[in-house]
Design a protein around this ligand. Structure first.
Ligand code: NAD
Length: 498
């Protein structure tokens, strides 16, 4: 069999949750889809599922995409089988039904058309039993939502040709997936076996009243779940073993395998099992020291928590709550105007993070705006504009004009601080001048002049600021009134230097 067929059209058998997900992913990456389902009403359903996935898919990458594929629908499985270049089966998880339908489809599809099954746990040898040209069959197990999660487990059965797995791998990679070849067929493949172990333990613990479903989910999302996003249990345990890694980890925690920490029984920790675990994790480490891997882990854990913070969910909520308290404490400890009388306010310190730099290895443009924005937030908190004030009054300052002047460079790890001078304040406008300095030598890296307008967000109109806030801003402005006008204030872009 030669499974070298250009894949222009993906055929789907079954258009429920998983079929809909496959359709959305394939169409997005320029593959036409012909979807077949026994129920005619599934046409509206799959079109809705594709539309629903689109906003998230559109944000996945900014890279240029081919023009979208075209979706068609049929209740006639034969039409789908005759037109498709690759067929993905997604009907209910029942072996006799899948066997019957796969056999039928295989009789209408050309022999060089790969037929794959989304089965969560049935084995390919069983599924391909009655098929014509069974060598072109494999399991291709995706994860919900198929259009966003890249993993697809590829499993061949006794009669699957290696070329089928290779060609399926190429196709799934083309549509943005990570194809994981499961070398030996086992019920549940790899991922569902791991998920199932946790799932059964959860059911035991809920059943025995040890914990609620919420507590058990918390035990994942605030801890191991964050690590699992980029390192699996094995590499994580390799790091848990200190400098000598997995071998030390197994020596230390080996005896615990006999303790009743789970209902699932552990295998005997033989020397050969220990060697396999050590060799496996050393291969994963690929020459990187524990220290290096720890830094990598720490960097992605910071990045993940920063992202979750935007959504105010899980570990991101914890970080948000911590920051709110820290800002509040800092504002309470520094009465407005007093500590910095006669000097610009020192409002913010920050360290340049690895993800803040561009290809020059210097801090990228928009991070300057972010730092000046964060300095303004600190100023607002000092004068009484916090989350409670914003939601209570529906009023806040908007930045309406900014002028950034770059004077130096900031590199990864540089410690920076921002000072702010109020140039003018009235009931609706706040005119400020920020300076960004490098902590090590106080060098001036950039300045930012901004005009902020106080706005009633409901009415979308300028509105006067709360008198108590205005009084605090006035007091800072008065305290700074002896300062000279900063060099660069009022300058326009391209203006010759004096
Ligand atoms: N839901 C998940 O999270 C998930 C994840 C990975 C894999 N899977 C696997 O994907 C497969 C489908 O699961 P699902 O959740 O999409 O199920 P689903 O019930 O949402 O969809 C099944 C679809 O198949 C259709 N169907 C039934 N018999 C048919 C036939 N003879 N011909 C054509 N269409 C037929 C049904 O009308 C329905 O639209 C299962 O094998 C499941 O194990 C599911």
């Amino acid at each position: 069999m030669t499974v070298v067929r250009k894949i222009k059209t993906l055929g789907l058998l079954g258009t429920g949750v998983i079929g809909g997900g496959w359709a959305a992913r394939a169409l997005h990456f320029g593959i036409d889809v012909i979807a077949a389902d026994v129920k005619p009403e599934m046409e509206a359903w799959i079109r809705g599922a594709v539309a629903n996935a689109e906003p998230a898919l559109a944000r996945l990458t900014c890279a240029p995409l081919p023009s979208k594929g075209v979706l068609s629908f049929t209740t006639d499985m034969r039409i789908m089988a005759e037109r498709a270049d690759f067929i993905q089966e997604n009907i209910p998880e029942q072996l006799p039904l899948k066997q019957r339908m796969l056999a039928q489809v295989s009789r209408h599809a050309a022999p060089n058309v790969i037929i794959a099954s989304s089965t969560s746990g049935l084995t390919p040898t069983d599924l391909q039993r009655d098929m014509a040209s069974p060598e072109r069959f494999c399991v291709a197990h995706p994860f919900n939502p198929v259009y966003l999660l890249p993993l697809v487990e590829l499993v061949g059965g006794d009669r699957t040709a290696p070329a089928t797995i290779e060609a399926a791998c190429r196709f799934f990679t083309y549509i943005g997936m990570h194809a994981l070849h499961v070398r030996r067929e086992v019920p549940g493949h790899l991922t569902d076996r791991l998920q199932e172990a946790i799932w059964r333990e959860i059911l035991h613990m809920v059943n025995e009243g040890v914990a609620t479903t919420g507590e058990l989910d918390d035990s994942i999302i605030y801890g191991p779940g964050l690590r699992w996003a980029a390192m699996g249990t094995n590499l994580i345990y390799h790091l848990a073993g200190g400098e000598s890694g997995m071998r030390h980890m197994l020596a230390q925690f080996g005896p615990a395998l006999k303790w009743p920490w789970t209902k699932l029984e552990a295998p005997e920790l033989t020397d050969s099992l220990i060697d396999r675990m050590v060799e496996g994790t050393q291969a994963q480490a690929a020459g990187r020291s524990i220290r290096e891997l720890e830094r990598l882990r720490d960097d992605y854990l910071v990045a993940i928590q920063q992202v979750l913070r935007q959504f105010d969910i899980g570990a991101g909520s914890t970080l948000r709550a911590l920051e709110a308290r820290l800002y509040k404490d800092a504002a309470a400890g520094e009465p407005a105007g007093s500590a910095d009388a006669g000097r610009p306010l020192r409002l913010l310190t920050a360290t340049v993070r690895p993800e803040w730099v561009d290809y020059n290895r210097h801090m990228t443009d928009f991070r300057y705006g972010q730092l000046f924005g964060d300095a303004m937030d600190a100023l607002y908190r000092q004068v009484g504009i916090d989350e409670a004030h914003r939601s209570g009054t529906g009023r806040m300052y908007y930045t309406v004009e900014s002028h950034l002047i770059h004077l130096g460079e900031a590199k990864v790890g540089d410690s920076l601080y921002v000072t702010t001078q109020i140039l003018a304040v009235d009931p609706k406008r706040l005119h400020v001048f920020h300076r960004l300095h490098r902590g090590a030598d106080d060098a001036l890296i950039a300045t930012g002049e901004q005009m902020h307008l106080h706005v009633d967000t409901g009415a979308a109109r300028a509105a006067t600021v709360d008198p108590a806030v205005q009084a605090k801003l006035d007091s800072i402005h008065r305290a700074q009134s002896g300062l000279p006008l900063p060099v660069g204030a009022g300058r326009h872009i391209g203006q010759a230097k004096a």
